[in-house]
Write a protein that binds this ligand. Structure first.
Ligand code: UDP
Ligand code: MG
Length: 308
């Protein structure tokens, strides 16, 4: 039985060696053959060299080098496609995903009570408060409006059986939101929890705006409810507009029409204008996604695969 460990890395020169040092102990404790796939996602620092140095020491390591930065989603997909394991696990390189859980995950899969073992953080200790607030709201929103159920605080740290991996790589979509895909494909998942851990070194690659973009992608990928928003707002606005029209006509008939009402007119115009732009924006999001899907571009380009 082979265990594949997928590690996406972007500008992680400071942590890959630390990661290996720590993870290998727990990987060996799993009592399986293993391969570690470092996916270098177009790092601008010495990450590739660091990975290759590790590879010299441990021939179980495979390094996949992207031609540029394609993002973590692409790196995970590449890892899943390249992995040959019967069990496949995705882990961050910064040790925020505790490798000590690996043997337990393997045991759970072996016992055949589930097809994948996923993880979530019970708290967001050490994270900026606004970020936690928005993250929580995002999970509420996505669980309310979409058919995929995503556990608040769910990580990409997850060990899966081959069958589930195959189901995931068979999905042809270009816009990939893995947290949704993992639940969308089904199968039995069991969740392990752990406390948030600070990354060992280096910095997070996620700015606030990147997270907002990620959240919008997640929602657009799994529900078309925002499109219906346009219809609902349209109906509401029509009712309001019609009532207002009646009001003005009646007022003009009974009280005449002195030139007034400039402020209310401006308010109405800008309100409707704003809503129209909002709705156009929503339409645009979906149109853009459709456009990108139809291009059928690959999610990533591999420059070189280091293995032998
Ligand atoms: N990562 C990646 N490509 C990117 C951004 C991040 O492969 O464009 C990797 C990164 O090297 C790390 C993992 O994704 O192994 C998680 O990134 P990070 O720790 O910055 O995210 P956070 O833990 O802060 O959510
Ligand atoms: Mg991290």
């Amino acid at each position: 039985m082979l265990l594949s460990i997928i590690v996406p890395c972007y500008n992680e020169e400071q942590v890959v060696a630390l990661f290996y040092q720590e993870a290998i102990k727990h990987i060996l404790a799993c009592n399986m053959d293993y391969e570690i796939l470092f996916v270098n996602d177009g790092s601008k620092d010495q990450t590739l060299q660091e990975c290759l140095k590790l590879k010299e020491k441990d021939p179980h390591i495979v390094v996949v080098d992207f031609s540029r930065n394609f993002g973590k989603e692409a790196a995970m997909l590449a890892g899943l496609r390249e992995a040959k394991g019967d069990y496949v696990v995705i882990m961050d390189s910064d040790l925020q995903d505790p490798p000590s859980l690996l043997p337990q995950m393997v045991n759970l899969l072996n016992s055949d009570t589930c097809d994948s073992v996923a993880t979530y953080r019970v708290n967001r200790k050490g994270e900026p408060l606004i970020r936690s607030f928005f993250a929580r709201s995002f999970y509420k929103l996505i669980n309310k409006f979409t058919e995929v159920e995503i556990v608040d605080g769910a990580r990409d740290y997850r060990m899966m059986k081959r069958q589930m991996v195959n189901a995931i790589i068979d999905l042809p979509e270009y816009q990939r939101f893995s947290k949704g895909i993992f639940t969308w494909v089904g199968f039995r998942s069991q969740y392990l929890e752990y406390e948030n851990i600070q990354r060992v070194a280096g910095e997070t690659k996620w700015s606030f705006f990147k997270l907002v973009k990620y959240a919008i992608e997640g929602i657009v990928a799994y529900t078309t409810a925002p499109l219906r928003l346009a219809t609902v707002i349209g109906i509401l606005m029509s009712i309001v507009g019609f009532s207002f029209m009646l009001f003005i006509v009646i007022k003009a008939i009974f009280f005449g029409d002195p030139v007034a009402g400039y402020p209310s007119m401006i308010v109405v115009i800008s309100l409707i204008g704003g809503i129209q732009l909002l709705v156009l924006g929503v339409l645009g999001e979906y149109l853009a996604k459709t456009y990108m899907e139809t291009k059928r571009r690959p999610n990533y380009i591999i420059k070189k695969r280091y293995d032998e």
